[in-house]
Design a protein around this ligand. Structure first.
Ligand code: GYE
Length: 306
């Protein structure tokens, strides 16, 4: 249904299984690949998809979810813009007997029975892995490493957990010192602006932990603009492993990329079909992950689909 309450005729339900999916937005390469994966998997599994893009706006996402309840879909899935504030709409879904699946990110709720399953990556370990790489990289160097962080949108699960994971690993040896953080809102432009601020604020930056590839690519631009050599003078670690991220890694401008796979469409459709058939579904389903350095990036770049 659109804002006026009419059924959206671009995608009228025609089969027995209808999934309402509310996406965060189109902020990053990761997100575009995630949307493509969900659309493709829906088609392949003969699931009618009502797809809505919230453009990073939680209010719009809540309205989109309500429109799925009104349309009496088989199931609702969404990737939450932020963690807080979904209890009311999820209670409405429960009253309408529509099961809800969280994809990618999580919500903060006192009642986890409000969703049937969640599918996504383990963000804390992504932060752990980023810090482990930098510690190894500076092994034998007898000084603390000044790290700046470029954060995703505040209030979103990956921002919170990647930060927690990185800080927890960093604090074990004290070798890495997080000297400053700025938000880059997951975008290339946001990452560039954040890096510019950090360069102004912090006298000595040894390394950057950018919480996604796009922001890392923005940081590369900002560093080059002041004559610094990203990858050499300043070490950069990012998360996602999109094609653009891996290309930069292969070119030596990024040093290490922790994969967070956006390709969760098939896993999601598996859960939706199971719900339709009345089968039991797992409460938590984790996506696969890998890590890349410059050499392994070159190995996979040829057939990287996103
Ligand atoms: O890392 C970032 C995206 O929630 C895991 O959101 C996702 C994050 C991803 O925009 O690129």
């Amino acid at each position: 249904r659109d804002e006026t309450g009419r059924i959206d005729l671009h995608n009228p339900p025609s089969g027995p299984i209808v999934l309402g999916f509310s996406q965060v937005g189109a902020e990053s390469g990761w997100r575009l690949a995630n949307t493509a994966s969900i659309k493709k998997a829906a088609e392949r599994n003969r699931v009618d998809l009502l797809f809505k893009d919230a453009d990073g706006d939680q209010k719009r996402q809540l309205a989109d979810i309500r429109s799925f309840i009104d349309a009496r879909v088989t199931a609702i899935a969404f990737s939450p813009v932020v963690e807080k504030g979904y209890d009311d709409v999820l209670r409405q879904a429960r009253d309408a007997k529509i099961p809800v699946i969280l994809t990618d990110r999580l919500i903060e709720t006192a009642d986890p029975s409000l969703y049937i399953s969640s599918i996504g990556a383990e963000f804390t370990s992504e932060g752990n892995l980023a810090a482990i790489y930098l510690e190894n990289d500076y092994n034998g160097v007898d000084q603390t490493v000044n790290v700046v962080q470029i954060l995703g949108t505040s209030g979103a699960t990956p921002t919170k957990l990647r930060s927690e994971g990185f800080a927890a690993t960093a604090s074990r040896t004290g070798k890495l010192k997080i000297v400053a953080s700025e938000t880059g809102n997951w975008t290339v432009d946001g990452g560039e602006a954040a890096m510019r601020k950090l360069i102004r604020r912090v006298p000595r930056i040894d390394a950057v932990f950018a919480q996604n590839d796009d922001m890392g690519l923005g940081a590369v631009k900002a560093l080059e603009a002041v004559g610094r050599k990203p990858g050499t003078d300043v070490r950069l670690v990012t998360v996602d492993a999109t094609k653009k991220g891996l290309q930069s890694l292969a070119a030596g401008k990024l040093n290490y990329v922790v994969e967070c796979s956006p390709l969760i469409g098939e896993q999601l459709m598996g859960v939706v079909v199971a719900i339709f058939l009345g089968a039991r579904v797992e409460k938590r389903i984790s996506s696969e992950k890998n890590v890349f350095d410059s050499d392994s990036a070159k190995d996979v770049l040829g057939d990287r689909p996103y």
